[in-house]
Design a protein around this ligand. Structure first.
Ligand code: CP
Length: 328
């Protein structure tokens, strides 16, 4: 089937254009202005073995908005994996019940193992510190929408990625996705211990992108068009002490933004942002700031995930068939 497991599946920008074109066509349904039933009769299995709010709910909502039905299991305790069932058996069984599977799992490569055993398309909704390809697609879609530009016009931007670049799967996937452009200027801001993996840095340099690395936030955000904050990934650290040492290391606040960032820069974050005392990646004093795009970014998860479903199930050319205005 047409699995979506990694950004490495995309060889060039042309491979992406169709996803964004279909997403744009689906905006009218995502905004609840019209109803489409193009996936009526189809079943999506939503399998989340790690916590999630927006990925799970937006995938499930996206499928429902296409007229499909969702079945789900969350956590290890509510599937028979708690009784020792393998990924292979789990996936084979569920692929007999569903037409597409969306899987989040704590181990790198585990979603690919689901795909190997499945007869239906499998979409990676996050495999541990590995990848989160659909997040990267909605992040790029957000950058296009915020800049009111076409895909190819994203070329040449400067993006600052800040925080836990070692464990953050969203920045791994987004960096790989942006590397498909001719020249992007990457500014990586993190404690040295939480730096972007070396294989990704090498790949960027090989492809001719600019890479600037710093531990200093004001230096890192200078000149950036996109400020991409991330959470320190508590669940990926070997010890509590290691995590505590990095907690709260960077905060973008209204003051930081006005002093060090370009006024037209946009602030993104895959979310969740950690709002507990001692962590404050994006200060709440930016909540109503025009350049804070984090909630427009989460909204964009719907049209992107709807587009991925229609493409995976081969109905992207039929989405408007039998569509009608909403009656509620
Ligand atoms: N961005 C993201 O993956 O959020 P959730 O973990 O809440 O799904």
């Amino acid at each position: 089937g047409a699995h979506l497991l990694s950004i490495a599946q995309f060889g060039n920008l042309s491979d992406l254009r169709q996803i964004f074109d279909v997403a744009r066509e689906l905006e009218v349904y995502a905004r609840r202005e019209r109803v489409t039933r193009v996936l009526e009769g189809a079943v999506m299995a939503s399998l989340f073995f790690e916590p999630s709010t927006r990925t799970r709910i937006s995938f499930e909502s996206a499928f429902a908005l296409l007229g499909g039905t969702v079945t789900s299991t969350t956590g290890f305790t509510f599937s028979s994996m708690a009784k020792g069932e393998s990924i292979y058996d789990t996936s084979r069984v569920i692929s007999g019940y569903a037409d597409v599977m969306v899987v989040r799992h704590p181990e790198v490569g585990s979603v690919a193992a689901f795909a190997d055993a499945s007869s239906v398309p499998v979409i990676n909704a996050g495999d541990g510190p590995g990848e989160h390809p659909t997040q990267a697609l909605l992040d790029l879609y957000t950058i296009m929408k915020e800049r009111r530009c076409e895909l190819e016009d994203v070329d040449g931007i400067t993006i600052a990625m800040i925080g836990d670049l070692k464990h953050g799967r969203t920045v791994h996937s987004l960096t790989k996705l942006l590397s498909l452009f001719k020249k992007i200027s990457f500014r990586f801001v993190s404690p040295a211990e939480l730096a972007m993996p070396e294989y990704i840095l090498e790949m960027l340099r090989e492809r001719g992108h600019e890479v600037f690395i710093t531990e200093n936030l004001p230096e890192g955000v200078a000149g950036a068009d996109v400020i991409y904050m991330t959470r320190i990934q508590e669940e990926r650290f070997a010890s509590v002490e290691d995590y505590q040492r990095h907690r709260g290391c960077y905060t973008v606040s209204r003051d930081v933004f006005s002093r060090f960032c370009k006024p037209e820069a946009i602030i993104l974050h895959p979310l969740p942002r950690d709002s507990r005392p001692g962590s404050n990646e994006i200060d709440v004093d930016l909540n109503d700031h025009s350049q804070l795009a984090i909630f427009r970014q989460t909204d964009n998860g719907i049209p992107i995930r709807m587009a991925l479903f229609t493409l995976a199930l081969g109905v992207s050319d039929q989405i408007h068939r039998d569509s009608r205005p909403v009656n509620w």
